[in-house]
Design a protein around this ligand. Structure first.
Ligand SMILES: Cc1cc2nc3c(=O)[nH]c(=O)nc-3n(C[C@H](O)[C@H](O)[C@H](O)COP(=O)(O)O)c2cc1C
Length: 370
């Protein structure tokens, strides 16, 4: 009961008072400001503890051991929010069960020219055009090496967004460099195949390129779980081919999914900015359809991580029932507030009790088991 009251107060404060002010300013500036506050709060035991009092929620029915990694709860921060690995000290106190950092690339990239982040409030979406901005493995591997892991950390790797990497064989090498540099500091790695904002598009969604990339990744000596992140714009036929190739390689999980390029005016209820892929509500039905299709085909052969437009416990519960063991989000937190993570975790527990489940792992895929 206490958690519900606390969350209702924070939700009111965020949505009625803070968000209207924050939404007056450039979204990237607001994100940078919030990240600086997060870095500060993460520095000291006292501030971490106080943050925890505001946002945390624990319940053992949410904990799972997946691929040898302990997840206290299934809700993670998705890649792109903490590109340069500055927030891993504070994010557990906000109630997340894990975090995916990055995307990290072999070489640093300052990002596409600003503006490169827009809010689409009527669509409950963000248009993102960073283009894999990050400080590169030399800086980021050192940063992660100096961290105490308070929860599981996945490192999302991609190829450096530069002209040279229009040559797919060089881009493949770039992935391998990033992977090898970050591997020892990660609990798991995600190979990001689906950033829609690089100059060469998404060449690794093409079967041959994907196959060659994973052949190179297979050669790396590692015992860390490997996930691959796909696009919500893939058709079921594309995904069938993707699964066929995935089956030949050392892949443990599938992150479903990234930003969409769907700019259909029936779905997008705001003016579309000049560039970018879209997050949020638009992604949810596409990602759910792909998840469902894949789970029906391969069941629990892979760990499925669902991401795209999770704004509530109902959304998260639906994704788990369709086959996801883990859930990630960004946009929901920006529109609904940072108490959303605790609200979702509590809501999952309530729904599990209602439906007679004793652990979240029992819920995975129940709507897709034939
Ligand atoms: C600001 C921003 C930056 C992102 N950058 C990355 C990235 O670098 N790598 C990646 O794999 N996904 C990136 N994404 C995609 C998210 O990880 C996620 O797949 C997508 O936003 C859908 O989830 P959401 O609707 O909960 O935001 C980014 C998303 C946002 C909003």
């Amino acid at each position: 009961m206490w958690y519900k009251t606390r969350n209702a107060i924070i939700r009111f404060f965020y949505t009625k008072l803070l968000k209207p002010v924050l939404f007056l300013f450039d979204p990237e500036d607001v994100h940078d400001l919030m990240s600086s506050v997060g870095v500060l709060l993460g520095k000291f035991g006292l501030t971490r503890w106080k943050t925890r009092l505001l946002f945390d929620y624990k319940n053992s029915v949410l904990s799972q051991k997946i691929l040898g990694i302990n997840f206290e709860n299934p809700i993670g921060l998705s890649a792109g929010f903490d590109k340069d690995i500055n927030l891993t000290d504070i994010i557990p106190s906000v109630g997340f069960g894990f975090e995916e950092v990055g995307s990290v690339t072999a070489r640093p990239y300052a990002g596409n020219p600003r503006p490169r982040l827009w809010r689409l409030p009527n669509t409950k979406s963000l248009a993102v055009w960073y283009g894999l901005k990050n400080q590169g493995v030399e800086v980021l591997s050192k940063r992660l090496a100096g961290k105490i892991h308070r929860f599981p950390i996945g490192v999302n790797v991609a190829f450096t967004n530069c002209k040279e990497n229009l040559d797919v064989s060089l881009a493949t090498r770039d992935y391998v460099t990033a992977f090898m540099a970050m591997e020892k500091y990660a609990n798991y790695l995600t190979v990001n195949l689906s950033c829609p904002n690089t100059s060469g598009g998404m060449p690794f969604l093409l079967p041959e390129n994907y196959d060659n990339l994973m052949t190179e990744i297979d050669k790396i000596e590692t015992n860390k779980p490997i996930f691959v992140k796909i696009s919500p714009d893939m058709s079921h036929v594309d995904v069938d081919k993707f699964l066929e190739i995935t089956g030949k390689h050392r892949v443990n999980g599938i992150v479903c999914s990234n930003l969409t390029k769907n700019t259909n005016p029936d779905d997008v209820k705001d003016d579309m900015p000049p560039h970018g892929g879209l997050s949020g509500k638009l992604v949810f039905p596409k990602a759910l359809s792909l998840l469902s299709h894949m789970y029906k085909k391969v069941g629990n052969k892979y760990v499925f991580v669902f991401v795209g437009g999770v704004f509530s416990a109902d959304d998260a519960y639906k994704a788990v029932r369709h086959g996801a063991s883990l859930i990630e989000l960004i946009t929901g937190m920006i529109f609904e507030g940072p108490q959303l993570i605790s609200e979702i975790n509590q809501g999952l527990v309530e729904r599990m009790k209602r439906d007679g489940f004793k652990n979240i792992s029992e819920v995975v895929g129940v709507d897709n088991i034939g």
